[in-house]
Structure formats: structure tokens, C-alpha cells
Write a protein that binds this ligand. Structure first.
Ligand code: GLN
Length: 434
């Protein structure tokens, strides 16, 4: 197929996009002319990139993120930048400075977050493919809430060059689409070594999904069905696991002892990293300039107070505290010790099982405004953060509904076995169709 120009005028009634490009030139390749939406924390040359934050309004990156260059090289049409929780901090997309995205399955509910705009754009049929980012569940949560497929790759498999950092030791860019094979295709375009990302792995992804899972050992940890997990969600998940068993997989119930510490380890780590990563927003180098007539510390303070939303400020303050000399050992160092235990649990489990399965989210999508205190919002990430702490691949595939709202089955795999995670999800998807 030759290149050309694509007109893109979506009916964005769910506020999935922060900005769209009405006429997009595209080239030739495996994605020639295919519209792809990009989360707004991924740099796009010549296209404003704000991370849904006021502090970056007007910032136009001079270069493309590696994933965006790879998409363009395959002829993809980059049609717009999607809404998100400010800097990726949230699980509902309500923390966007530019208004929340709504869930296409029920506009009174959140799409999940922080990649809520990407998930809603796919679920509403505005684009077939989208990129999200996942620091603690931000691809899988909105995929689950919007009834689509999302993969958080093995840490290092997809370049982070050009991704605006929130918590860089945890996050990965990953593919989102309506089906497993589309996610697989997008992953094959964006994965691979990049010398510009010091954590990059030399592991290209070239895979044809295989639905034969006979003999695959699937571990199901009891802790993934603990307190806070809606029993109706649990029952839909067990139905999905039974289907995998009928397809020839062996189901093994198991334990994940570090689970009670995973959430705290995640939040201390991500806030500490955020406090350091976000120090660069001084109002001088990016976004609207400060009032230069004031003493610099006042101008700086004012710019950050006005530029950052409440949740971002809360995290910068908590993270700064956790890293301060008197408290470092008590918080940051402890979180790293707990992180080691999470890795250890995965290592032990993966000696006996090939993948781990459970719910992606403990509930279906919340009502807009329902989670008003930060702690209850943080708690909803309990099932997704372990994979980020360990850097292992994890995917969410739609597996049924509760009261008309989608539920996602989460499949986690061994480090570097993204292919196997895709196969198990593919087996489930094909099994449902059969
Ligand atoms: N909800 C989690 C957080 O707020 C995860 C966000 C993400 O993955 N970017 O940190």
C-alpha cells in the first residue's frame, strides 16, 4: 500500500483525546495508514505533549520518542494524543488537568487510568490501536475497565526514550487494542533495543500468537482473590480460568506471600522517583514562564503551585519526605527491601508455573467521582503493581461482564516471556469465540 493522507475527525464524546491531527500524512509499511493514538506522556515531534498537566501546556517536543519513530517507520498515522491522569498519577483519568475521560460502556463511569484516553479511544472505535504506559497498572486497569486488551511488556523490552518520566524504574510503554492479535502486532513494531535508553534489552519481539496451551501450568494465587475483590468479579475470573483448563492448561492454586507489602512498596517507590523526576519543571525550561520580576524562589514556587494538580503535589511532597535523610531508611530503603520480596515470590512461583492468572482489577469501573480519598484510589492498584515491581510482563484481556461492565483477566509471565502471556490470552480469546 502506498502512503497518503488520512483525515481524522472523530466524534470524541468521551473526551478521549487532548488533541487530534485532522490531516495526517503516512508512509508505507506494516501499519500503512492505520490510525494510532498516543498517550500524551510520549513525545511527538511538532505535536504538543502535556502529560495532561498545566505545567507543560504549550510544550512541543523537538523529537519523537523511539516508539513513535518506529510507528512512523511502519507507515502508521499518528492521529492524536490521548487524555490521562496528570503525569500518569491515578487510576481513573480524573486527575487530568483537562477534564476526565468517560467510559464508553457507561459515560457515568471512569475509563480507568492512567491511560484512560487511549483505552476509551479504542473501546469507542475511534482508533484500532493505541499506546499507553504502565507504571503500576496504567495500561491494564483502563484495558480492563473499557473491555479491551492491554500489555505491559517486560521492563526494558520497549524503549522509554521520549517517555516523560514519572517513576522510571517501574514503567513501560505498551500496546492497547481490541484484540490480542492486534496487541501482538503493535508490540512487534515498538519492541527492540534502543541505545538511547540505558535500561533497554536487546530482545526484539516477533511472534505469531498460538492458542495451543495444552500443558501450560497456570498459577492462581489465593492473595489475588483477597479482601476488596468483588465476589462477582472473582466468579467471572474463575469462569475464565476454567475455560483455560478446558483448553488443556493445568491450574495450580498457590500463594503470593509478599502481597500485603506490594502496594506500600509501590507507592513509596513511585512517589520517591516522581519527586526527583518532576524537579525539572521549574517554569523556565517548559510550559508557561514564571513571573520573572519576583525573587526566583517565589516565582518557582508559584509556578509549581499553579502548574501541578493536587495529586501531583501530594506525591512530590510525600516522595521528598520518603527520601529525606532522616527518613530514607525508614521508608525508601524498606520499600526496596519489600520490592525484593515481591521479585522473590515471582521467582519461586515461576519455578513451578508458566504464568500467573487472576483479576486485573478488584472491581468493575467506578462511578465518576466515586473514589474521593486518595487511599481508596491507591488500593485499587493492588493486583497490578506486583508485575511492575518485578519488571515481568502482564496483560489484561476482557473476560466477561458484571452488570454490563467489562472485567479483565490478568495474565503475568516470566521475565522476557511476553510471548507466552500473549498466547494464554489468545487461547482464552479464541476459546470464547469457539
Ligand atoms: N494508579 C497507579 C499510580 O497512580 C499507576 C499509574 C500508572 O501506571 N501510571 O501510580
Amino acid at each position: 500500500m502506498a502512503g497518503g493522507t488520512l483525515s481524522f475527525h472523530p466524534d470524541d464524546r468521551y473526551n478521549a483525546f487532548l488533541r487530534t491531527i485532522p490531516e495526517v500524512a503516512y508512509g508505507e509499511g506494516r501499519l500503512s495508514g492505520v490510525p494510532v493514538a498516543i498517550k500524551d506522556n510520549i513525545s511527538t515531534a511538532g505535536i504538543e505533549t502535556t502529560c495532561a498537566s498545566r505545567i507543560l501546556s504549550g510544550y512541543v517536543p523537538p523529537y519523537d520518542a523511539t516508539v513513535v519513530s518506529l510507528l512512523r517507520r511502519e507507515g502508521a498515522a499518528i492521529v492524536g494524543k490521548t487524555n490521562m491522569d496528570e503525569f500518569g498519577m491515578g487510576s481513573t483519568t480524573e486527575n487530568s488537568a483537562f477534564g476526565p475521560t468517560k467510559n464508553p460502556h457507561d459515560p457515568g463511569r471512569v475509563p480507568g487510568g492512567s491511560s484512560g484516553g487511549s483505552a476509551a479511544a479504542v473501546a469507542a472505535g475511534l482508533v484500532p490501536l493505541a499506546l499507553g504506559t504502565d507504571t503500576g497498572g496504567s495500561i491494564r486497569c483502563p484495558a480492563a475497565f473499557c473491555g479491551i486488551v492491554g500489555l505491559k511488556p517486560t521492563y526494558g523490552r520497549v524503549s522509554r526514550y521520549g517517555l516523560v518520566a514519572y517513576a522510571n524504574s517501574l514503567e513501560q510503554i505498551g500496546p492497547m487494542a481490541a484484540s490480542v492479535s492486534q496487541v501482538n502486532l503493535l508490540m512487534s513494531v515498538i519492541a527492540g533495543y534502543d541505545h538511547r535508553d540505558s535500561t533497554s534489552l536487546d530482545a526484539p519481539y516477533s511472534h505469531t500468537p498460538d492458542s495451543d496451551i495444552r500443558g501450560t501450568r497456570i498459577g492462581v494465587p489465593e492473595e489475588f482473590f483477597g479482601e476488596g475483590v468483588d465476589p462477582r468479579v472473582a466468579s467471572v475470573i474463575w469462569d475464565a480460568i476454567s475455560l483455560l483448563e478446558r483448553k488443556g492448561a493445568e491450574i495450580i492454586t498457590c500463594r503470593f506471600p509478599s502481597m500485603p507489602y506490594a502496594l506500600a512498596a509501590y507507592y513509596v517507590t513511585c512517589m520517591s522517583e516522581a519527586s526527583s523526576n518532576l524537579a525539572r519543571y521549574d517554569g523556565v525550561r517548559y510550559g508557561p514562564p514564571p513571573d520573572v520580576k519576583k525573587p526566583w524562589h517565589e516565582a518557582f514556587q508559584e509556578r509549581r503551585r499553579e502548574g501541578f494538580g493536587l495529586e501531583v503535589r501530594r506525591r512530590i511532597m510525600i516522595g521528598t519526605f520518603a527520601l529525606s535523610s532522616g527518613y530514607y531508611g525508614k521508608y525508601y530503603a524498606k520499600a526496596q527491601a519489600a520490592r525484593k520480596n515481591v521479585r522473590k515470590d515471582f521467582r519461586h512461583l515461576f519455578a513451578d508455573v508458566d504464568v500467573i492468572a487472576g483479576p486485573t482489577m478488584p472491581t468493575v469501573a467506578f462511578r465518576l467521582g466515586e473514589k474521593s480519598d486518595p487511599l481508596s484510589m491507591y488500593l485499587s492498584d493492588i493486583l497490578t503493581v506486583p508485575a511492575n515491581l518485578a519488571g515481568v510482563p502482564a496483560l489484561s484481556v476482557p473476560c466477561g461482564k458484571v452488570e454490563g461492565l467489562p472485567v479483565g483477566l490478568q495474565v503475568m509471565g516470566r521475565w522476557m516471556e511476553d510471548e507466552r502471556v500473549v498466547d494464554v490470552a489468545y487461547a482464552y480469546e479464541q476459546g470464547v469465540k469457539a
